[in-house]
Structures are given as C-alpha cells and as structure tokens.
Design a protein around this ligand. Sequence first.
Ligand code: ADP
Ligand code: MG
Length: 249
Amino acid sequence: MLKIENLTKMFGGLAAVNDVSVEFEANKVNAIIGPNGAGKSTFFNLVAGTHKPTSGRIILDGEDITPLRCDYIAQRGVGRTFQTTNLFEQASVLDNLIVGHRLRTKSGLWDVLINSKRLQAEEKACREKAREALNFVGLSHVENQFIADITQEERKRVAFALALATDPKIVLLDEPAAGVNPEETEGLADLMRKMVQHGLTVCLIEHKMDMIMGIADKIMVLDHGEKIAEGTPKEVRENPVVIEAYLGS
Ligand code: ADP
Ligand code: MG
C-alpha cells in the first residue's frame, strides 16, 4: 500500500535518508528500527510530507504523493503522532482532540475561534469524531481532565487518538512507547494490534526491541540513512549485518 522508491534526503552534505526503497503492506505492523541518527524520523517526515525528498518517490495506494503538501497527504490517509509535549496542558483531553483535529483538517485556527452557525455544525461533527477516537484508545473516562493532570501513558494514548481523528489509512508512530513502563508498553502494543484489527496499517519506529519483536509483521533496519536489512522479526534478529550494526551494540 505504501511504496517507497529510491528515497533520499540530504541535509547539506549529510544523507539522512539514502536511496531507500521499501514496500509496506496494508493491514500490518511495519516497523523501522536503527540506531540514533539512522534517519528513521526523517523517513517519517518524508512520508508525511513535512520534509520534501531530495530525490525518490512515495507512492500511496498507487498514487504518487511525493509532490503533495503535507495537509493533502494527511487527507489522502496518512496520519501521524506528534510529540506529546505539543499538547495544550491547560485544556481538556477532549478539547485537545478537537483543536488537533481542526488543525490537521481543512479548518485553520481562525475557524476554530470564529463561531459561526456553519461552524457550529462542523464543530459538533468534530466533537463526535474526537469522542470516537478517545473511546477507541480507551480514554473516554478522562476526556474532561486537563492534559496536565493525566499520566504519561494516557498522554501517549492522546497522541494515538490525535493521529486517528483524521481517519487515516496508515498511521506513522514515532517511538510511541518512549518513557512508559513495560506494562504500559504492552497496553500500547495491544492498542496497535487493535488498530490493525480495525483495518489500519501501522508504521512504527521504536527502540524497545521486545515490543517490536512481539508486534511487527515486517521490520526495516536503517543505519546511517541506508536500509541495511528487512524481513520478519526472526529474519532480522538472526541477520549478522543487523547484529553487527545495531542489536549487538
Ligand atoms: P533517527 O530518528 O533515526 O534518530 P533522524 O531522522 O532524526 O534520525 O536524523 C537523521 C540524521 O539527519 C541525523 O544525523 C540528524 O542530525 C540529521 N537531521 C535530522 N533532521 C535534520 C534537519 N532538519 N536539519 C539537518 N539535519 C537533520
Ligand atoms: Mg527519531
């Protein structure tokens, strides 16, 4: 469903992503691993359109989305999580979802602030969408709490809900379990499994190997911007090149 062809991103003289070609299958958990600075987040930024590649193509369901602006790419069905530090601390979980949804869809911030009749109807639909996403990630019980008052793990779930509120086909999750304990990590893994059960395609960057090995259908390994391996968790774990570059270190 997502086909990457010879993707390269240069930052000055540095190839952050270097001639990467890969295909991610629909309705699967596709993982990307690699050491710090390997180019994983840059890869996501390219897919989401936040950065434009130096060369190469990104094909989503047969459509070349490489030249599209990031909001159009989001409309095509590419959702992503943002860092939980970007949430509005002194606003409720639900309001964060509503505003986040607005900012990622057609209406800008001004539309959120100007409360015309037409927008009231949109607002209602938006609120329902937000509630649906919160229910999906298991946060309905804290929807009226301030972000500042919820746990780290709940913040992660808010990030998931934000990514889901735009009705994506594929979600890019950049280290979604960073800073949560093993038990909570398992809960987040369950949530990703649930996403796949509901027809979503998950694309996951994660450092926690136990989680990756337990959840990924396919893994791509990046090192210094290059794809050095890909395969099932078992294949990757047993690949000498990977052990040398990453797992062994
Ligand atoms: P990872 O997510 O695998 O840790 P990144 O994609 O964040 O790696 O970074 C890959 C390389 O690209 C790093 O060397 C990083 O310093 C560099 N890099 C990332 N973003 C930028 C940027 N906006 N400008 C310049 N260099 C960048
Ligand atoms: Mg990163």
